[in-house]
Design a protein around this ligand. Sequence first.
Ligand code: MLT
Length: 304
Amino acid sequence: MNYKVQTLNNISKKALKALNEKYTVLDQPENPDAILLRSFKMHDMDIPDSVKFVGRAGAGVNNIPLEECSKKGIVVCNSPGANANAVKELVIAGMLMSSRKVVDGIEWAKTLADKGEDVPALVEKGKSTFAGPELYGKKLGVIGLGAIGVLVANMAVDFGMKVYGFDPFISIDNAWGLSRKVKRSVNKEAIFKNCDYITLHVPYMEETKDFVNADLLKDAKPGLRLLNFARGGLVNYDALEEAIEEGIVDTYVADFPNERLLKMKNVICIPHLGASTPESEENCADMAINSMKEYLENGNIINS
Ligand code: MLT
């Protein structure tokens, strides 16, 4: 049996190379048995009737028409946890950037250097302008305690932060591998009232659209640093803009802003880079490929 696999975007070439002679991988094969994709949006695509399996090399499945796949009897698997370490490292970088004004400092230094200013003098001048608080001893709320949230929470404990965890779907007791030093929070309101930093790690779906809204932000602890490397739709942008203007949110660090937010001084925006490390890309592809082989060859659904 030879299985035809369609790759829709950016699947690790190294992982694909490891497929054996039973598989033919193409960009546009006729009658593919399986589709492998990263964040390509499948909603507008005509899914060929031959497809039996869709493998998402990544965590979120909001780019896949799950209902349609389900009706057609197509098995969909993602790669839970495979990019968690990469995202964790970016979140920690985001917290440090928002605290220590790294981005403002770099921009300032570059602008002045471009103007021909004396660099050593410039270094001294920036010292007080860009001072910012340490993470040590501050309160961090981690919302969403899946693979990524747990790694972020544990890492923050190691940084000496007081960490509070909340998940809208699972009990904190079921957050596998979570440090015992992470305190349970009863709801998201408590996290927003008390925390200096909050990071979002919930999936984007009907139930989590505008998860961070005006009600939540108006009672948030003033000076909040909010990080969102999950999905843009989790935050209501109008409410966020207001909270930034009122000084409730000190900094928003994210990879899904809109144009208005992008121009705001208190917004640190980067491309969607959470999973963009060679290690994570390979891990995700390996996991999706493994699930595909297990299903096509043995009929097993493993999703891990
Ligand atoms: C994910 O859902 O895994 C992330 O959005 C990473 C990605 O696929 O780019």
